[in-house]
Design a protein. Sequence first.
Length: 147
Amino acid sequence: MKLFIYYSLSGNGDIIADKMKELGYDLRKVNAKSLKKNNFWNIFKGGFLAGIGAKAKLIDYNNDISNYDEICIGSPIWNGKFSCPINTVLAKTNLDNKNIKFILYSGSGEAKKAIKKINKKYPNAQIIVLKEPKKYNEELEKINGGF
Ligand SMILES: Cc1cc2nc3c(=O)[nH]c(=O)nc-3n(C[C@H](O)[C@H](O)[C@H](O)COP(=O)(O)O)c2cc1C
């Protein structure tokens, strides 16, 4: 069984989730208390908080993944790093002995710092980075059945 745990502030993650559902993943969308709107102040605040590795408070997060052997984690890139809600997911979810994958989505299509962290903490994890699939639908083709 495969599970896609993800966060999305402005809908890119949701488009990816639709694709993951088609590929047979169960979905678990994370709700966070932090940012509600994608305005300038929030981008500034979220970017700062992500930059220092802050964890957002999650609403009703279920960290029971015992039914799944594969966990794919989806995070927007904030200030080059994981979004604050996904920092919390990574802290609260025991991924030991799971097949781990990451899908990162960003405005630039890059995610260097997050990739560095993944390589250090989860050296066996597979990673793909998409450039805002809401705008660039063809980016979804990077996720295929084999992933
Ligand atoms: C707080 C904040 C910080 C961001 N920082 C970056 C960044 O450093 N690099 C980048 O390429 N995109 C950055 N973005 C853009 C998002 O990563 C991109 O729009 C992503 O696809 C959003 O996913 P979502 O729509 O599922 O929330 C940032 C967006 C927000 C809200």
